[in-house]
Design a protein around this ligand. Sequence first.
Ligand code: ADP
Ligand code: MG
Length: 305
Amino acid sequence: MSSVALELSDVKKSYGQKAAINRLSFAVRPGECFGLLGPNGAGKSTIARMILGMVRPDAGKITVLGEPVPARARLARMRIGVVPQFDNLEPEFTVRENLLVFGRYFGMSERKIKAVAPELLDFARLEGKADARVRELSGGMKRRLTLARALINDPDLLVMDEPTTGLDPHARHLIWERLRVLLARGKTILLATHFMEEAERLCDRLCVLEYGRKIAEGEPHILIEREIGCDVVEIYGGDPQELCALIRPHARRVEISGETLFCYAPHPDQVSAKLHGRPGLRLLQRPPNLEDVFLRLTGREMEDA
Ligand code: ADP
Ligand code: MG
C-alpha cells in the first residue's frame, strides 16, 4: 500500500474575496486517524468537500487513495465512506431502505446490500432497528446509521465531518468506541471536529486550523507538551485582572478568557498557596489539553470562537 492515503499540497480556496482555505498542506498515512481541529468557520467542511471532489480548489494539488482529485474524484469516492456534517438520511424511509438506496449508489445489487446490512446494523448498534423509520430514531441512532451507511462499500478511507456534534455524552462515547474499532480494522479516518476532547482521544495526528490556515500540526500529546508542558490551574470567581497580578510570579504564563484565569504553572501548589483563604474563589488543577494549545496559539477559546 502507498505510504500516503490522502495528501493536500498548497491548496487554496476562496469564496469571493474571502479565503476559506489558505495554502494548506498535510498528508494522512494509511491506517491513521488524522484530525482537522478548528472552530466554526475554520474551513473543515470545505476541506472535506474538496477531498470528495464536491468543491474545486482554486490552486494546489489533492490526491486521495492515489487518485488526483477532483479529476478522478468519482473513482476515489468508490473507496471512501462519508459522514457529512449534517445528516442527509431519508426520514420517511426505514433504516434498511436507507441502506438500500445508498448501496445502489455504489452499484451494489439488492441481494448484496441485504446480505451486508445485518452486519452493518450490528456494528452501528442498531440491531432490531432495520424496520424503524429514520424520523423515529434518536440523534445518536441517526448518526450511527449514517456511519453504517458510510461503511456499505467497505471503504479504505472515512471522511467524517463533526460526527458527534449535537449528541449527548453517552451517544458521543458510543461513536468514539465504534471509530476505535474501525481504526483497529485498519481503516484510515479523516476526522473534522471542533471538540478538543474528541481530537485528543481519537487522533494519531492532527492539524489545528484557524481561518483556513494551519496553525499547528502533530501528535496531540506532543503538541500539548511542546506548547504548554506543565499543569494548568483554572481560577474562577474573582477579578481575573487582580488575581493575574498576584499569581504571575508563580506562573510560566497566564491567560484570561472571559471570567476564567488560566494559569500555566510548573509548581501549581505555589499558586494555590498564594490564593489560599480568598473567599469565593474556585481553583481547578488539571493536566494541559488541546484547548490550552488553541488558546495559546490564537488567544481565544475554541468552543466560543
Ligand atoms: P467549518 O466547517 O470549519 O465550520 P467551513 O468550511 O464550513 O468551516 O467554512 C469556512 C469558511 O468558508 C467560512 O468563512 C464560511 O463562511 C465560508 N464558506 C463555506 N462555504 C461557503 C459557500 N458555499 N459560499 C460562501 N462562503 C462559504
Ligand atoms: Mg463544518
